[in-house]
Design a protein around this ligand. Structure first.
Ligand code: ASP
Length: 452
């Protein structure tokens, strides 16, 4: 039986009318057998997400305070949804039980996971009633190991068995069972991860991730307001883009489906006819049609530590000692551009906070350089595309565009996979540089980027 897993995000389920849209989407395709809901999110920008209110309830409870002011709006919101949808579900006992356990966990100093998970759990019950299908609690399916990571063997074995004879079900996102037997959540936004695990566990033909945007945009719409949606992106490109600052899917959500070669389709609940963005492996037929570039992403606020020493190249182990100092300070680095007698490391400013002076002193001791210079105020922009490797002139076009826009390039790094070109610019030039790259590669109708 063909199976699609459809995960719906918080804004897609924020109110009864939004939930009706979800219902229409699910019921329009019989293959959408497993629905993974988030908790109700924001109805408008100033609204508060149910999950945030639940964390607040736990916080108050753990301080021995009453939490009615946070709890009542949650109850009102869920009760309002049930009555607007015209369901006969009696939420009373479910809410009473949740409130008592939140109070108890707070009193006993237990973590916030149970409280945080109730948004998904209660929403899941409502949606199962609406769709007239089974409710399967994810604590029966998803297990964490002693390191707090997914216990893959146990999870996939249990999941396959438990869902083998389930025709259709609602499985709330965001949580499972911790090693101690209590509810444990993924990190924020973790319903994406649940959807990916279920998709892999049932060997879905596609993992649909329904949200409030058309998909992954070529670049940040705050910088290029009419940026086009990417039609197809490979898992590797997505990883590059999201690491470089693009956000659409929880990071950990990519791995389960990628391992099982299941495409992910980002779709818009508010515009279900739009095809969205398809995320596939390199050898998927849809990955063949490629563009000169797929996306542009970037982040600000990096520092370059430039180490200079004459005849550095003859000193075996120089690089190892430099990186060893960073490891000792638990600092992760982004790039290591190097010259004959210079080696630089590019590091995010936040990673250096309170440590920079000590790191420089330790580098002096470790490699006895002629000089160390610090250069901050750096932004990194990654231009990513699987089509680049086959196309001559990509970098000429990119650097030409930046030159014409009068952007000074302070660093260049091209990954050996030839799938990305990363440039470092002054932070002040960041937006201008992204706009210049976008207009060099993406035409007004978004069409002329195709490779011949
Ligand atoms: N409700 C959780 C959060 O707000 C998980 C999710 O929506 O994916 O982080």
């Amino acid at each position: 039986m063909p199976t699609k897993v459809a995960k719906f995000g918080g804004t897609s389920l924020a109110s009864a009318p939004q939930i009706r849209k979800m219902q229409a989407i699910v019921q329009s395709d019989a293959d959408r057998r497993f629905v993974v809901p988030s908790a109700p999110g924001k109805r408008e920008p100033k609204d508060t997400k149910v999950t945030d209110l639940l964390y607040l309830c736990h916080d108050l409870a753990s301080k021995g305070l009453k939490f009615d002011d946070a709890w009542d709006p949650i109850c009102d919101r869920f009760q309002g949804i049930v009555s607007e949808l015209g369901l006969s579900l009696d939420l009373g006992p479910i809410l009473t039980e949740a409130e008592a356990i939140i109070a108890d966990h707070g009193r006993r100093g237990l973590p916030a996971d149970y409280a945080a998970s109730r948004g998904e759990a209660i929403n899941g019950r409502i949606i199962a009633q609406l769709l007239q299908c089974d409710y399967v609690d994810p604590t029966e399916l998803i297990f964490f190991n002693e390191r707090g990571r997914l216990d893959e063997d146990k999870t996939y074995a249990t999941l396959a068995k438990r869902l083998a004879n389930v025709d259709r079900a609602v499985i709330p996102g965001f949580f499972g069972t911790g090693l101690d037997g209590n509810v444990k959540t993924f990190s924020r936004g973790g319903s994406d991860v649940t959807g990916a695990i279920i998709a892999r566990g049932v060997n879905a033909s596609v993992y649909e991730n329904w949200t409030d945007v058309h998909g992954l945009l070529i670049t940040d719409p705050r910088i290029v307001p009419d940026a086009f949606t990417i039609e197809t992106v490979t898992y590797r490109e997505l990883r590059e883009l999201s690491y470089s600052g693009a956000s659409v899917l929880h990071d950990e959500a990519v791995f389960p489906v990628r391992q099982a070669n299941i495409p992910v389709n980002i779709r818009n609940t508010n515009d279900p006819d739009h095809p969205g963005t398809l995320i596939v492996s390199n050898d998927h037929p849809s990955a063949k049609q490629s563009y000169q570039i797929t996306g542009i992403a970037g982040r600000k606020d990096f520092t370059i530590i430039q180490i200079e020493k004459a005849m550095m190249n003859t000193e075996i182990g120089f690089g190892k000692r430099v990186l060893g100092v960073l490891a000792d300070f638990n600092v992760s680095f982004e790039h290591i551009p190097s010259g004959i007698d210079t080696l630089s490391v590019v590091i995010e400013d936040t990673a250096l906070e309170g440590k920079l002076e000590d790191i420089v002193a330790a580098l002096h001791t470790a490699v006895k350089p002629d000089s160390i210079e610090l250069d901050n105020n750096l932004a990194l922009i990654a231009t990513v595309g699987r089509g680049m490797a086959k196309q001559t002139g990509t970098s000429a076009k990119l650097f030409g565009a930046l030159g014409t826009a009068n952007v000074n390039i302070r660093m260049i790094d091209q990954g050996s996979s030839e799938m990305n070109i990363i440039v470092g610019t002054d932070v002040q030039d960041f937006e201008k540089a992204v706009q210049a790259i976008y207009s060099a590669f993406v035409s007004e109708d978004g069409q002329t980027r195709a490779l011949s």
